[in-house]
Design a protein around this ligand. Structure first.
Ligand code: PLP
Length: 382
């Protein structure tokens, strides 16, 4: 279906075309200098010494769990309001996902109080997902994890370019998403702020962790193909059991072109969010917008509105579809999926209320302010 206003759209042009042609002209397609440059540029943007590119964020989450030793018998506390990748990778490691609730309808990120109540001697890691590009309560989560020797992993797939600031003057003020926990994972899937089709990145401060991630990414091998191609190594050892989760040169070159546009594009996303916020706050009928007071540090990945109740949400979804405006839901509650029946535990009351009332609306950097007005008119039944 050709939508009048789609949910997301790429900002692709000459820079991405030039990047792709540069790789084709180089006659080197798999991991090499473009991947190394993308890793260095991404690490500089996040403010960490180490960034490890991989084939997707799902692969990145798997690598992150494996690198810190998540395994059978371990528990990983994570939000039930998330894309299913972190939960699936927890299970892929033989560990158990433990689902925690969100703070509030207007702050749909992991509730540190709830996390504290779910910690057991088997808790190995906590996954903090920065919903919509808005950072979790990282000061509290970091304190909680550090005190107990629990690994804190940021699922920063929505939050490329987001900056922490809760205004309290304490905690990791001013740090970027992916630089606060022990590891950060990012996605470059087509609808993300930095889009390459498929692709991901894992960030960390730890040199040893990064080395482990690099080896796990490529079959546990000690020397990458690029080094052998340049004559830096003629053979290789295998020091652990790894995977092929490498990124290739074409995707890395596209990523570099997109990274150069990131700050400008995130700024445009924030200004569109402010316009949405003004329209929703000014509307009678109690529609609300999560994180409306915190747009300035956000990556502005998603525009989510909360209906006064589930019935009004369904009516709005229907009106939008009839007007050829695409909408979505981020996300169904993971604990309610059939495959996660065995892992239902906490009540998740806020998550379930959120899922009933939330609607994701179009947002992308090339969207016009007029389109925001059109979407709001239909959403609010004008
Ligand atoms: C929050 C979150 N985590 C993980 C993923 C998985 O990313 P990928 O598609 O790159 O594997 C996504 C992608 O949709 C996501 O939005």
């Amino acid at each position: 279906m050709a939508w009048r206003v789609p949910l997301s759209d790429l900002d692709y042009g000459e820079a991405e075309k030039d990047a792709a042609l540069r790789v084709l002209a180089s006659r080197w397609l798999t991991s090499g200098p473009e991947v190394q440059a993308f890793e260095a540029e991404f690490a500089a943007m996040v403010g960490v010494p180490q960034a490890v590119a991989c084939s997707s964020a799902t692969a990145g989450l798997h690598l992150a769990f494996l690198a810190v030793g998540v395994g059978p018998g371990d528990e990983v506390i994570q939000p039930a309001l998330n894309f299913v990748a972190a939960a699936n990778m927890t299970i892929a490691c033989g560990a158990r996902p433990v689902f925690a609730d969100i703070c509030a309808l207007e702050e749909p990120t992991l509730d540190p109080g709830e996390v504290e109540g779910l910690i057991t001697p088997r808790t190995k890691a906590v996954v903090a997902m920065h919903y919509g590009g808005n950072l979790c309560r990282m000061a509290d989560l970091k304190r909680l994890c550090e005190r107990r020797g629990i690994i804190l992993i940021e699922d920063a797939c929505h939050a490329v370019g987001a900056r922490y600031g809760d205004g309290s003057g304490r905690g990791p003020e001013g740090l970027m998403a992916g630089a606060i926990g022990d590891l950060g994972t990012f996605s470059f899937f087509s609808n993300k702020n930095l889009a390459t089709g498929e692709g991901g990145m894992v960030t960390t401060h730890g040199a040893e962790l990064a080395e482990r991630l690099r080896r796990l990414r490529s079959h546990g091998m000690t020397a990458p193909t690029w080094d052998r191609h340049r004559g830096h190594a003629s053979s290789y050892g295998v020091v652990l059991h790894g995977y092929n989760y490498r990124l290739d040169e074409l995707h890395a070159a596209l990523g570099r072109a997109q990274l150069a546009k990131l700050a400008g594009n995130n700024g445009r996303r924030r200004s569109l969010l402010s316009r949405y916020g003004a329209r929703i706050a000014g509307a009678a009928g109690a529609w609300r917008m999560p994180f409306a007071e915190r747009i300035c540090g956000s990556a502005g990945h998603l525009m989510v509105a909360l209906a006064p109740d589930g019935a009004q949400r369904e009516q709005a979804v229907r009106r939008l579809r009839e007007a050829e405006i695409q909408s979505s839901l981020h996300y169904p509650c993971i604990a309610d999926f059939e495959a996660f029946e065995a892992f239902r535990g906490a009540r998740l009351a806020q998550t379930r209320r959120f899922v009933e009332r939330a609607i994701t609306l179009p947002l992308y950097p090339t969207m016009s302010p007029d389109s925001v007005d059109i979407v709001c008119d239909i959403l609010l039944g004008r």
